[in-house]
Design a protein around this ligand. Structure first.
Ligand SMILES: [Zn+2]
Length: 416
């Protein structure tokens, strides 16, 4: 979480129109003294639904529950009802697993009341996020299922531990299972499509969102791996959901993955920057200015996506210390196999595996790489990233890299 605000804002500038819209709304008629809600977003997912209220000032809120029917009520103090707040009810999707409907009204002259009618009992988790990148003050409400057995939903269990600050205690760092992967037991691969939900990642000139294309590529790769008899595949996310970086790593550790593959699309202020790159974790920090810049912006994803302050200090140096040089060498070797194959389908941004201190790659004992598939900020590569053909080629290249890495006898020996 070393993201400097200048690096973040430079990257965010690439997002163009979406950010401009927010700015223009926020400049309209700010009544002196009153808090103004400038954007409302709803992110339903199978694990939790997030409601984000963005405002020019920190909102004062009070939350309580009502029954018959089950409702969650949020009172916002010192806020005037406006068209943006009124638009909340129209943002509730029919397939939202938790929210049936939402109503917004001026409860008294100083209070706006939001009433969420529920489809199931929920545990609400409300918190505030300080301004970051193009986002202003945010009030976030996450609705988690109240009655689910979290044993049956590993992601939900990890998120609960994360929210309670228990993640480190509950998920002790564990490496791959014993036995030779691919011979004695299946090779376990964790795919990690970057960003999601409130965090769109980078956005191209023609509004292609990184979070969407990397999920599409990850799904293609998952389909390919599922056809392999000696491999098992998991994904850190398979929908448009925000998952904190640390929870992604914990998920890989819980599944005792042999490999961790984070999939991203690159962006830079200079639109001529292009090509694929592969990064491996480095304990010594970034090996180049570009890698450092990238690490800062990727690690800032948690701030943008929104992690609550109560839960977690997040950047855990002890975790980094536990990474052994063996794992780094394996990450570099694996990364090289993938990079070589990406070189057959796209220009390479750099001819060697770069090293950077990505938080998402700090998974002890699990060889981990981050693939920057192409530059979404480059118009030609943005167009490519959207095509099924290129997405499939990237997926095939990564799979070929995985196979080559495990086919190497030294890999098998060291993993024994
Ligand atoms: Zn990214």
């Amino acid at each position: 979480m070393s993201g400097s605000s200048s690096a973040i804002s430079r990257r965010r500038l690439l997002q163009g129109a979406g950010a401009m819209w927010l700015l223009s709304v926020s400049q309209v008629g700010l009544a002196a003294g009153a808090s103004q809600v400038i954007a409302v977003r709803v992110w339903p997912s199978s694990t939790y639904t997030r409601v984000t209220l963005e405002s020019n000032r920190m909102l004062k809120y009070r939350q309580f529950a009502l029954s018959n029917p089950e409702r969650v009520v949020v009172d916002l103090e010192g806020v005037q009802l406006n068209s943006i707040l009124k638009g909340l009810s129209g943002q509730i999707r029919g397939d939202d697993p938790f929210i049936k409907s939402a109503r917004v009204g001026q409860f008294d002259p100083k209070t706006v009341r939001l009433v969420f009618e529920l489809k199931q009992n929920v545990t609400p988790h409300l918190f505030a996020l300080a301004p970051v990148a193009e986002f202003k003050e945010r009030t976030v409400m996450d609705l988690y299922p109240a009655n689910t057995n979290s044993e049956q939903d590993p992601l939900l269990a990890l998120l609960e531990d994360y929210n309670n600050g228990q993640l480190d205690k509950k998920v002790p760092p564990a490496g791959p299972q014993p036995g030779k992967a691919g011979r004695d037991r299946p090779i376990v691969i964790m795919l990690d499509p970057g960003h999601g939900g409130e965090d769109p990642g980078a956005i191209g000139k023609y509004k292609t969102r990184e979070k969407d294309v990397v999920l599409q590529i990850a799904r293609r790769l998952r389909t390919l791996i599922q056809k392999e008899p000696n491999m098992k595949v998991y994904m850190t996310r398979n929908e448009d959901i925000f998952i904190p970086l640390k929870v992604r790593v914990a998920k890989a550790q819980k599944q005792r993955a042999d490999l961790f593959v984070s999939i991203h699309a690159d962006a830079f202020t200079n639109r001529s920057a292009r090509g694929s790159s592969v990064f491996a974790l480095s304990t010594k920090g970034a090996t180049s200015a570009a890698a450092k810049y990238l690490a800062e912006t990727q690690n800032a994803a948690d701030l943008i996506g929104g992690v609550s302050k109560s839960g977690d200090r997040y950047l855990d140096h002890t975790m980094l210390d536990m990474v052994q040089s063996l794992t780094i060498n394996d990450s570099l070797k694996f990364g090289k196999e993938v990079l070589n194959r990406l070189g057959n389908i796209n220009k390479l941004h750099k001819n060697r595996v770069d090293q950077a201190g990505f938080a998402v790659l700090k998974a002890p004992e699990i060889p981990s790489i981050l693939v920057e598939t192409a530059f979404i900020s480059n118009v030609e590569e943005e167009r490519k990233l959207k095509t099924a053909a290129f997405q499939q080629q990237v997926a095939e290249s990564i799979l070929a890299g995985i196979k080559a890495y495990f086919a190497d006898s030294s890999t098998l020996a060291r993993r024994a």
